[in-house]
Design a binder for this molecule. Structure first.
Ligand code: ATP
Ligand code: MG
Length: 430
């Protein structure tokens, strides 16, 4: 087995590495290579007079981005990356790479996002892009660890469904034998049914599909949702859970991803502090009116311009609470004393919305009434409504977008950068 490049040090003395040829240079008396694996880059130099002629022959044939295995002596050298280099004794080309390359992996020649996504496998070889996905992996791991340590049960809900969660506009219809079905836009109804099943605390990290028509830098047609539902909890309980989770994720990424952060030129990841400020929907639209000179009528959604203006004023993660019942889904619990407002919240990063959640309606009659008031037919939700007649506990939960979390954490400009193979209006391949 070869050794990860990061672990090759002058104390190693002898090492076998395997990886991609990042750079090749012929410096006259010296052949010079940088070999890359996901842990880093190692300099390999072969003085032409000193290495075995058979090895030299192989070395001369190596093109950039070929896959090689090299064995040799490790020596300390000040000028080299990581203060060490490898002098080869044995070299094997495992796979020769064609030229010209689809993309410049050393990033001397910039490429458009579209070109990069067309050759995504090669784009990801760039240390900066690898770093994004090492961090994303750590984010998902930290969330699992955080929720398992709090006794959550991981669930997997169906992605082929018969009914919309909230009405039909954002659904992708699919042919399902003789019936029409849809790709799931959210695990909402299923995670709530798991409350009736008695699981008490569930989470799911999985795909959601939304036929968003517009091309924006914060929407995907296939995104990853981190969903949580908790019984015997209200909106405030799950807001605290959410802010604790955000802090934990930032802390773990900060602790475990220092090299990836450095590669992305992030010297220090600022860890948000709890409790996050809470402002009401009314406060939010007042701020927007003051800063943008445009009034949002009470009951209208907060658009992108307003969202940015409010975010600028807040300057950190914050919650918007006390939303008008009319703009939140039927499953959000209205306030008892003022039913025109509900127990829903959005978690905001200064740049955009990260999560939406609420205490849910657990009372059957009220739920039916709310479904009707949204112009939907309760008959279409039979499977979902039945559990509410047979012992549904009070419960609350939220859905958090994984790509938006990663994107805002490491300051990516486009959400497509936070997912391996983005699906958008125009992109279905690769
Ligand atoms: P927005 O208003 O920003 O489009 P939303 O309110 O429609 O989002 P929700 O249904 O509240 O989205 O979904 C919960 C979270 O899932 C969002 O806060 C967001 O982080 C994420 N999310 C939803 N839709 C998308 C999407 N199309 N692409 C990426 N992430 C999404
Ligand atoms: Mg939302």
């Amino acid at each position: 087995m070869h050794m990860p490049i990061k672990k090759v040090t002058p104390e190693t003395e002898y090492a076998e590495i395997a990886g991609w040829v990042h750079e090749v240079r012929d410096l006259g008396g010296l052949l010079f290579f940088l070999i890359r694996d996901r842990t880093g880059i190692l300099q390999v130099t072969a003085p032409k007079k000193k290495v075995n002629p058979a090895v030299l022959d192989v070395l001369k044939r190596i093109s950039r981005e070929s896959v090689v295995r090299i064995r040799g002596r490790v020596i300390a050298i000040d000028k080299a990356p990581g203060g060490r280099e490898l002098v080869p004794d044995e070299v094997e080309i495992l796979n020769q790479c064609e030229t010209p390359l689809l993309l410049d992996v050393v990033e001397k020649v910039p490429a458009e996002l579209d070109t990069r996504l067309d050759a995504r496998f090669m784009d990801i070889r760039k240390p900066r892009i690898t770093s994004v996905f090492l961090i994303r992996s750590e984010v998902i791991k930290a969330i699992h660890q955080f929720l398992f340590s709090r006794d959550f049960i991981h669930i997997t809900s169906p992605k082929i469904v018969a009914a919309a969660t909230e009405g039909g506009t954002e659904l992708f219809p699919i042919a399902y034998f003789e019936k029409e079905a849809f790709l799931s836009q959210s695990p909402q109804l299923y995670k709530q049914m798991m409350m009736a099943a008695g699981f008490e605390k569930v989470f799911e990290i999985g795909p959601i599909f939304r036929a968003e028509e517009h091309n924006t830098t914060k929407h995907l047609n296939e995104a990853t949702s981190i969903d949580v539902e908790v019984s015997f909890a209200d909106h405030e309980d799950v807001m605290r859970l959410l802010e604790d989770l955000i802090v934990e994720v930032y802390t773990q990424v900060s602790n475990r991803c220092s090299e990836a952060l450095e590669t992305l030129s992030i010297n220090e990841l600022i860890i948000p502090r709890t409790p996050f400020p809470r402002i009401t929907y009314q406060n939010a639209i007042d701020i927007a009116a003051r800063k943008t000179k445009e009034n949002i009528p009470f009951g209208d959604d907060i658009g992108t311009t307003a969202e940015k203006a409010i975010g600028e004023e807040m300057g950190e993660h914050y919650f918007i609470i006390d939303w008008p019942t009319v703009i939140k889904p039927y499953y959000a619990m209205p306030h008892l004393d003022s039913p025109e407002l509900c127990r829903a919240f959005d978690l905001m990063h200064p740049r955009m919305e990260l999560a939406s959640g609420a205490q849910r309606v657990h009372i059957h009659e009220l739920l039916i009434e709310q479904i009707r008031s949204k112009g939907l037919q309760p008959e279409n939700f039979e499977f979902y409504l039945t559990p509410f007649r047979y012992g549904m506990p009070p419960h609350a939960g939220w859905g958090l977008g994984a790509e938006r979390l990663v994107m805002t954490m490491i300051d990516l400009t486009n959400i497509r950068e936070a997912i391996l193979f983005p699906r958008d209006r125009h992109r279905l391949v690769p």
